[in-house]
Every structure is written in C-alpha cells, then in structure tokens.
Design a protein around this ligand. Structure first.
Ligand code: ZN
Length: 283
C-alpha cells in the first residue's frame, strides 16, 4: 500500500492516481494525514479492501510530507561505515549518535530551500521510517511490525553551525526551514522484496553524488527500533531518519556546498524521489 499527503489530505495512491481516504471511507477516517497512524492497523485493514477506482491524477508538487507533524523526529548519525570515515569519525558501536530534527523543518517532496546566509549547506539522502504502533522495549524480531511504512528523506545540514561551539549543534543545524523534506509517498514494508536492502541515490544538478544500500547500515531499521524503544517510547506517526551513505559535500576534496540554483534529487528505489531547489535569501 502507498499513501500520501495531497494538499493536506490523506490519500491512497495507486497507478499515479490518488483516492481521498476521508471521502472513500464514508468519513470513517479523518483527512489529516498525521492522524491515521494512531489507527494504523484499522486503516490498513480498511485500505486492503478499499476500491482503488475513482482516483484522480495529481502532481508531486502538490504533495506534503506523509507524516507532517510527528510528536518526535529522530535522526541517526554515522550509520554507514564509509560515511563515518569521510566525516572523520570512528564508526559507532553499541549505540549510534541520535539527534532530533525539529518538526518546523518538515516539508513535502518538491520544494525550494533558502540557503542560510554564511552557511555551508550539505546534502544527505536517507531512508525514513514512520512508526505505526506504540513501541516500547521492542525486540528486533518484532520491530518491522511496528513500522507503518518507509519514505524518502533528505537531511539537509548546515555544517558551520553544526560543527561550531564546544559541542556539535546537530539539532539546530539540521532544522532550518525546509531542511527535512519527505515523500513523495509512504510505502508499507510488505511492498518490498527485502525492506532491509533498499538502494539510495542523491544527485546534484544531475551528477550522482551518493549511492548506497540500506544493506550497509551499521544499525539496521530493526536494530534502531529495538535500541531506541529501549530508551524512550516511540509513538505512532513518529519519524526516524536512518542515516546517510558516503558522498556528502563535507567528505569531498575539495569540500562542496550547495549554491543558489542547485537542484538536489534524493531517491530511494521502490519509493520515489524528492526534488529540492536551492535559493538565496529573498528580501
Ligand atoms: Zn543525516
């Protein structure tokens, strides 16, 4: 099953057409895309039997984030060995670095992003997990049962603020407006042959800068859910950025930062793509 947020309303997506869930369910489910995760099992059962006909075509520019207002937006750093190397860190053992991206930075899949003045803004394509059941002390073997679905994320990062001061500022430096685009759709785990082996690609102006597979994650999706839910509760609708593979601008020689006019396309195969155009600050 694929769902999306079309102009603020929850839709089922099939064959590039969108069915409005509130209407098609006879008002059983609310139109708010974030609210559906509170009743995920019930919704999934209904959607299995829903009539996919009568959908209407849509354009990706009208999509919002599939989980636009989560209670928690957690993100994982250094979760690919080659990326830890390029960033100058040793690979984590036991527990990866975890930080928050503040929810005001969330947007849909096709956007313009204003580059922070005086900053060095970098790209990070990531697989993003949305939680579908309350998760507390979940075993790895049960972790996928607590996932509503997967989507594409771009963890835009301003490296000057991130690295300045006595301790790194991951949360703030990755939370400028528009720095957490997600979408275009949320895909349930059963749609994949192997949800633990998804290919990720990032291009800048058509040039491939990142390519990896979630098979290379140091902490897999089930391992992350087990570890995180052992410390704090994960709520339905919570969002988890799972880390980026190598190839970010920070790790290049010479280093490379995004400039006004640059277009970043972030893809997870089997899900879809994000398209962000960078702009300078407007008056
Ligand atoms: Zn990241």
């Amino acid at each position: 099953m694929r769902i999306a947020n079309l102009a603020g309303r929850l839709v089922l997506v099939s064959d590039d057409r969108a069915v409005d869930v509130h209407e098609a369910s006879g008002h059983r489910f609310p139109s708010d895309p974030q609210a559906v995760y509170e009743r995920w099992d019930e919704f999934r059962d209904w959607a299995r039997h829903a009539d996919p006909n009568g959908g209407r075509p849509f354009t990706p520019a009208d999509l919002g984030a599939p989980a636009p207002s989560p209670r928690q937006l957690l993100a994982v750093g250094l979760n690919y060995r080659e990326h830890a190397d390029e960033a100058g860190y040793t690979a984590p053992e036991g527990m990866p670095p975890v930080f928050t991206k503040f929810t005001g930075s969330i947007t849909g899949p096709v956007t313009e992003v204003v580059l922070p003045e005086g900053g060095r803004t970098d790209w990070e394509v990531e697989l993003v997990v949305v939680i579908g059941r309350p998760a507390r002390r979940v075993a790895e073997a049960d972790a996928w049962d607590h996932v509503a679905g997967l989507t594409v994320g771009q963890d835009l990062s301003e490296r000057v603020l991130q690295m300045s001061g006595p301790a790194p500022q991951f949360g703030l430096a990755k939370s400028y407006p528009g720095f957490s685009p997600m979408g275009p759709v949320l895909v349930t785990p059963d749609e994949f042959d192997d949800p633990d082996a998804l290919e990720l690609i990032c291009t800048v102006n058509g040039e491939q800068v990142q390519r990896g597979s979630t098979r290379q994650l140091i902490f897999s999706v089930p391992a992350l859910i087990a570890k995180l839910s052992g410390i704090l509760p994960l709520f339905p609708g919570d969002v988890l950025y799972t880390g980026t593979p190598s190839g970010v601008g920070l790790g290049r020689t010479p280093q490379r930062w995004l400039r006004p006019g640059d277009e970043v396309v972030s893809t997870v195969c089997g899900i879809g793509e994000l398209r962000q155009t960078m702009t300078g600050r407007t008056a």
